[in-house]
Design a protein around this ligand. Structure first.
Ligand code: UDP
Ligand code: MG
Length: 320
């Protein structure tokens, strides 16, 4: 095994932490017995992130930069990083130092032992606040009930994969609406987990709003489970059952027809609520189908640094 490590770092408006990240990560990376590339993916930052990265790439050949034409999201950034990486192992991490670089030697240790996937599981998330933590644990409960594939609780976007897993991700997981963490946990191969404590953000602020997280959760459920689609069938059976009960009741009690206004209104609202909900759920699936059908690129690269000969555009199959 040629020992090149690719560290993929997604960057979106992180001017406040980049220098610090580079320093902290560099201290760790310069002490491992692997060669490494520090591959930053600039996800359409509107601040000075790209200038800072260009400057870093100018003075350090380990630093490589892929820069998007606009913001494509964290997941797209990680995918682009994996696409452009050359290492025999790849570690994905955030730029804000919430994923501590000091864990890298431990990760390499596991990879050297032959594991293909190393999932980093956070034991504590100091900066997220009780609401985000509660939402995150409920999300994992729901998705694990709904989906056939099982998700690690509190898994993060901090993980490492071997070259062969990276190749699988590159070739076979090109979905437009996606949950990379879910794929990483479910490609199979030998995997292991390491616990780590997510620290507070070193500087700058979180780029994920509650709304974004909610949409992300809905997308993930839709991507990994068909169960919500069957809700319509269950609701239909239940409504039919309720209808029969009420019919039998009416037949036996006979009369009393003029009263019951409230019952009718409530039942109507209830039934329509279920109906609209189901239509909405089908809409979510259709939106994802539509996105797949349009087959737009997952990301568009505008510029790169130190990456000559390593470029990879997300082209349709027949063009690559
Ligand atoms: N990020 C990105 N594109 C986005 C949003 C975030 O590349 O559209 C990056 C961001 O720069 C950071 C990582 O994804 O390195 C995680 O984002 P953040 O720290 O804001 O999320 P949180 O840790 O609060 O969940
Ligand atoms: Mg963060």
């Amino acid at each position: 095994m040629s020992k090149l490590l690719s560290v993929v770092v997604s960057v979106y408006n992180e001017e406040a932490v980049l220098e610090q990240f580079y320093k902290v990560a560099g201290e760790v990376l310069n002490h491992i017995d692997w060669d490494y590339e520090l591959l930053f993916v600039n996800d359409g930052s509107r601040d000075k992130s790209f200038q800072i990265l260009t400057e870093l790439a100018g003075r350090d050949r380990h630093v490589k930069v892929v820069s998007f034409s606009r913001n494509f999201g964290h997941e797209a950034a990680m995918i682009a990083g994996i696409d452009h990486s050359r290492g025999s192992a790849i570690i994905c991490m955030d730029a804000d130092l919430q994923h501590p670089p000091r864990c890298i030697p431990q990760i390499l240790d596991q990879l050297e032992q032959g594991f293909d996937v190393v999932n980093m599981v956070r034991t504590k998330n100091e900066s997220a606040g009780w609401f985000k933590n509660l939402a995150s644990s409920s999300f994992y409960k729901i998705i694990n009930v709904l989906s056939d594939v099982k998700f690690e609780n509190n898994a993060s976007d901090f993980f490492a994969v071997s070259r062969r897993v990276a190749e699988v991700l590159k070739d076979s997981y090109r979905e437009k609406v996606r949950f990379l963490r879910g794929y990483v946990q479910n490609v199979g191969f030998e995997k292991t987990t390491i616990a780590y404590e997510a620290g507070v953000r070193a500087a700058g602020e979180s780029k994920y709003s509650i709304r974004k997280l909610f949409q992300f959760s809905v997308n993930t459920i839709v991507c990994f489970s068909n169960l919500p689609l069957k809700l319509g069938i269950y609701a239909g059976v239940m409504a039919a059952f309720l209808g029969v009960v009420v019919m039998v009741y009416t037949l036996f009690t006979r009369g009393g027809a003029p009263s019951g206004y409230a019952t009718i209104v409530i039942l109507n609202c209830f039934m329509f609520a279920i109906l609209f909900l189901i239509v909405g759920i089908i809409g979510e699936y259709m939106a994802i189908l539509f996105a797949e059908l349009k087959d737009r690129p997952i990301y568009i690269v505008a510029e790169t640094r130190n990456l000559a000969g390593q470029e990879r555009q997300d082209l349709p199959d027949d063009m690559t």
